[in-house]
Each structure stands twice: as C-alpha cells, then as structure tokens.
Design a protein around this ligand. Structure first.
Ligand code: MF3
Ligand code: CO
Ligand code: CO
Length: 255
C-alpha cells in the first residue's frame, strides 16, 4: 500500500463528490432541531444521497456499520450510530457525511448546536473548527503531516482542550480510508512530506477534558473516557503545489 497521487481527471471527480457531501450537510441543517431522532436525520440524508444525488452513502455496511451517516452527540467523539434517541435543547452533535459517486468518496463533518447551548459547549465547537482550519492552512507540497498536527494541537491546548489520539484523518479517493494516517497532533517538520495531488481528510476531535476515549458495546461509538464534551469538524483537502483546495466547502464557506 502506498499514497495515491490523483491525476486531473480523478481530482475533478473528487471535486464533484466532495461538493455532494457538503450539500448533504447544507440540506440537513434545518432539520437538526430538538425532538428529531438521529434515525430520522439518517433517513433524510440517506434518501437525499440515494434519490437526489444518485450516489451511495459510504458508511452503510462499511465494515458492518449499520447506518448511512454518523451522529455523535455531546461526549460521543465519533462514529455514533443513529438511533431512536431524540435531540434535546443544549445538545451539540457532529454529523459526519461520506458520499460515494463515480468511483470516489468525499468525507466531511460539522457540529450543530441544538437550540441554545451552554457557552462552554459553543466555545469547544468554535475551537474545534478553528483547529481544523489552522491545520488546513498548513497544507501545500513540501509541508509535513507533523506541521498539520502541530498547528491543530497547539491551538487546542492553548485553549486548555485536548486532542483525541485514538482516531485520525486519512487519505481518501477510490477507497474511503487510504494512506496516509493524518494525526491531529505532532511535531512541526516531522512525518510524511506532502506532494501535490494527494487528497487527505483533516478531522480533529477536540475534548473539553482528557484525550482518552473508549468504545461503547455497539462496536462503533467512541466516547470520552471522562465523559467530557467532544467536538469535531472534517474537510477533504487536495494538496496543491502552492497551497490547498478544500473539496467539501459548504455554501456558507464559499466566497
Ligand atoms: N466518516 C468517518 C471518517 O471521517 C468514518 C466513518 S466509518 C463508519 O473517517 F463506518 F463509521 F461510517
Ligand atoms: Co474521514
Ligand atoms: Co468523516
């Protein structure tokens, strides 16, 4: 196994599927309100991906995952399985969307606040998003993965949060998870040197308490060991000679 450099035709397909994944987050936004179940959110996204986008939700049956999206609430770190649980005012929830179309996957996630949330919960979400973008801003040919991780870790820890170490970003393309592993912590200048044409996700999970996680008995849901809140944002990023292109920008993020 090695890192795949995408050609222009492949990059164009990644742009299309990245846009589709972002569109699902835009579409679902008005539905993320108190009283809706995560199963209902799953079904709305599933039907949109299949019927409107003529695409496939990558998580469904991926290594046995039973649903089409991941929904991770409050102290859930990632890979939460949609269920009959209802959202309630004050919850923070990550919705992680991966879409497969024309041979390629696009992967993106964001936090939603259900109604009015506590200031400390809002702040955690803000810092997680800022950490993602500080990581993204490092990306160009010649940067190392350590530079990305370092930028993320520095910002999170400066705000007295911790960075989850048990899950990471990844290469993405014809496979959902390709090489390399993209750690969200590290030392500047260390690790793999990025090359133009690589496509990776950056998806930091930031905890209010300690970084440790554990898996629930469902085999998927990761939660913080100390039960503290966790927040995550994810984009799919193309490495360019002199910078980066975010392939999963939502409407509000496009200029
Ligand atoms: N979308 C997740 C990621 O960012 C992976 C979810 S795997 C699943 O890598 F099986 F839980 F869907
Ligand atoms: Co991902
Ligand atoms: Co994802």
């Amino acid at each position: 196994m090695s890192i795949i450099i995408k050609n222009e035709a492949e990059i164009e397909k990644m742009r299309i599927v990245g846009r589709l994944a972002a569109d699902v987050l835009d579409m679902i936004t008005p539905h993320v309100v108190a009283g809706i179940t995560t199963n209902e959110l799953n079904d709305i996204c599933h039907n949109y991906i299949v019927d409107v986008q003529n695409a496939i939700p990558s998580p469904l049956n991926y290594r046995g995952f039973p649903k089409s999206i991941c929904t991770s609430i409050n102290h859930q770190v990632c890979h939460g399985i949609p269920s009959e649980k209802k959202l309630k005012t004050g919850d923070i929830i990550n919705i992680d969307i991966t879409v497969f179309k024309d041979g390629f996957h696009g992967d993106t996630s964001m936090m939603f606040c259900v109604g009015k949330v506590a200031p400390h919960a809002q702040r955690l979400c803000d810092i997680a998003r800022e950490s993602l973008f500080l990581g993204i801003e490092q990306v160009k040919a010649g940067t190392t993965l350590g530079d990305i991780g370092h930028a993320i870790q520095t910002h999170a820890e400066k705000n007295r949060y911790s960075v989850v170490q048990d899950y990471c970003g990844h290469g993405i393309g014809r496979d959902f998870h390709e090489e390399p592993q993209v750690l969200h912590y590290g030392k500047a200048g260390e690790g793999l040197v990025l090359e133009a044409g690589m496509i990776i996700t950056i998806e930091p999970m930031i905890n209010q308490g300690k970084h440790h996680t554990k898996s629930l008995g469902d085999g998927w849901t990761a939660v913080t060991k100390d039960h503290s809140l966790s927040a995550q944002y994810e984009h799919t990023i193309l490495v360019k000679e002199n910078g980066y292109e975010i392939l999963t920008l939502r409407t509000e993020e496009r200029k």
